[in-house]
Design a protein around this ligand. Sequence first.
Ligand SMILES: [Zn+2]
Length: 283
Amino acid sequence: MNFFDSANLWGKKLRLVGHSYVGGLGRKELAHLLLLILLGLFYVVGNSFGFSERKLEETTVIMESYAERLQTNLEMNLSDSTIVYKEREQLLKAIEERIAKYLYQIPDYSYITALQTYLKSRPELLHQLPSCVPLEKGDYSLSSGFGLRVHPISKKPTAHFGIDLAAPSGKPVYASAAGTVADVIRSENGYGTHIIIRHRFGFKTLYGHLDKVLVVKGQTIEQHESIATVGSSGSSTGYHLHYEIWKNEKKINPRPSFNLKKTIYAEVMNTKPSNHGKEEQGK
Ligand SMILES: [Zn+2]
């Protein structure tokens, strides 16, 4: 698609909207409308430049061939032979590099399904991308999903670009992936006390309405490391964790990430009765 053509088209549409509705709309509504249109435009432009389905397909095809060779390698009975072992290591490394490339490119979790088979060869990568719930099992219940909802305080329909997990006060909040603490912010409104963590592959996570903060800006953390406790700071009506995932600076639905690590590790355990390497147990 030609960006300049589409920008021009949008310009025309904007003028059209301005003429026909400006009398009926207040300045505030008009500003909101313009903002929405601009956001839509950024979305289209951002997606057409940063990411291509074709590139992903190519990566998957290459990974497929590596995976096939790996399978043949694993089936060889000369498991102690140095050559076989070396080839296996090389193939695993090549698969890992491809997975990493793919993970940098994808815009959200819907593309991870195509990757699932290969992630089984390198499940350790799941430590580096948000792939689990940031609270302990049994501590939480989902109270609000990602998308449009009626705001609990203002009662207006609002976009909710995160997930709310209701949990008792003081329960530990865990980092959903390894990374670096990008920011610790204390605020009276909005997210309240919140933490932003930067991860590999263009992911970021945000943990909002916290009580105690256990990390500092710049700190390196592991997946499942406790970073804070559940609170109700900021614009909040009860104890809960507001959790967001950002991918390449865009907020995405965290829901598909919740069971990702668990699912893949379960498959690894089932398909590999004999352990070939230093595999870890998933949490
Ligand atoms: Zn929320």
